[in-house]
Design a binder for this molecule. Sequence first.
Ligand SMILES: [Zn+2]
Length: 263
Amino acid sequence: MPKRKQRTRNVFVKIKGLITREIRYKDNDKLLTVVTAERGRLTVRARGVMRLRSPLASACQLYAYSDFTLFENKGRLTVNAAEPAELFMGLRTDAQKLALAAYIADIAEKISDSDAENGELLRLTLNSLYALSERAEPLELVRAAFEMRAAKVAGYEPQLDACLRCGNPPEAPYISPALGGVCCRNCLTAEESTDALIACPDGVLPLIRYFLSAPLKRLLPPVGDERLIEDVVYVTERYLFSQLDCDSKLLRYYRSLRLPFTR
Ligand SMILES: [Zn+2]
């Protein structure tokens, strides 16, 4: 029996998304990576956006959250029309904020799957960029909250209430980024180095619990204690990288821009 030809999609698609990456393509085009709620990560071609006075230029810039009308033909997506919904202008004039936004967008892109729904990841990323752009929260608090919640969204929520090995409440709070939660010092095997455990000073685990469970709109609690923010981000960064098994050049760049004592 002759095989039926697969029906190919050839339609207009209306979708909102955050541009997390842009690559110049041919003379005047860009290839954009767009993170969306409904269809995860998409690669989209924007024709002519490098031309002077292109009507798409504003909505097709890096870190713009835009309303797109895409033309889909044989699995390829091209921008037909686009309007910016949020440009995060406050990011664009501050090198540190821009560097942190680049890191956040990169992690969001790493976690998002192509063609899979992930509304929480998009909202988390947009809220974090909005906080950097428009609000006065310490940058490291925004980073810690994003890192911990991103780990959860990616399916790596840490176990915090009982030791991962013996199941008892740990006698002192240590967290193992590699094991994925709290662990007693004595429960490590002889081969496991105690370096793999991070001691959590007072306040660190409650703040991590807050990041994991708070509504996304209120993900950033008022934290006046800079030392606590430093302690928390020390854990969230190691936890996220250990669970995702990755590293980030963009994070190193952001760090290189931070002066001591800057918030
Ligand atoms: Zn134990």
